[in-house]
Design a protein around this ligand. Structure first.
Ligand SMILES: Nc1ncnc2c1ncn2[C@@H]1O[C@H](COP(=O)(O)OP(=O)(O)OP(=O)(O)O)[C@@H](O)[C@H]1O
Ligand SMILES: [Mg+2]
Length: 144
């Protein structure tokens, strides 16, 4: 399923919709280069879950946890070197937990992601818009 976002607000709004369609244990594996809009989408997901705290990038902390309708676990694998390092951080606790888990730079920890993870790729276009591709049988059915 493909979406076009013409602004950061549109990317946030899509994140909000996706989070509302998600359920406890959902994992969103986000890819897209530096500045593509992964954190913006996560901010929208937080809004969709009613999270009140501001979402900040967990590039250094690796995992941020927020209270919402269900817990939001926001992870950033940018500084990791692979699934083994991810597992050392007790990532499984979040990936197989009772909340919504979002992983930025998920391609760095591919081997540790649950098979049911929803895949989201954000691709900047020459005109500044973003093409956003969602691959998730469950969510695509829910959004259709
Ligand atoms: N359609 C769009 N969707 C999302 N962000 C957009 C869009 N158009 C422009 N932007 C800008 O792109 C930037 C996206 O930043 P963001 O931190 O969300 O990216 P990121 O993918 O998380 O980057 P990083 O790899 O550094 O974590 C923001 O400055 C935002 O204003
Ligand atoms: Mg980011």
């Amino acid at each position: 399923m493909t979406f076009v976002s013409r602004s950061v607000e549109e990317t946030e709004a899509l994140g909000e919709r996706l989070a509302r369609a998600a359920s406890p244990g959902s994992v969103f594996a986000l890819r897209g280069g530096l500045g593509a809009g992964k954190t913006a989408m996560t901010r929208g997901m937080a809004r969709g879950l009613g999270v009140l705290d501001p979402v900040t990038s967990p590039t250094y902390t690796l995992i941020n946890e927020y209270d919402g309708d269900m817990p939001l676990y926001h992870m950033d694998a940018y500084r990791l070197h692979g699934p083994a390092e991810f597992e050392l951080l007790d990532a499984a606790r979040y990936l197989h937990g009772d909340g919504l888990c979002v992983v930025e730079w998920s391609e760095r920890v591919e081997g540790a992601l649950p098979a049911h993870s929803a895949r989201i790729e954000i691709s900047p276009e020459p005109d500044g818009s973003r093409t956003i591709t969602l691959a998730s049988p469950d969510l695509e059915a829910a959004l259709a």
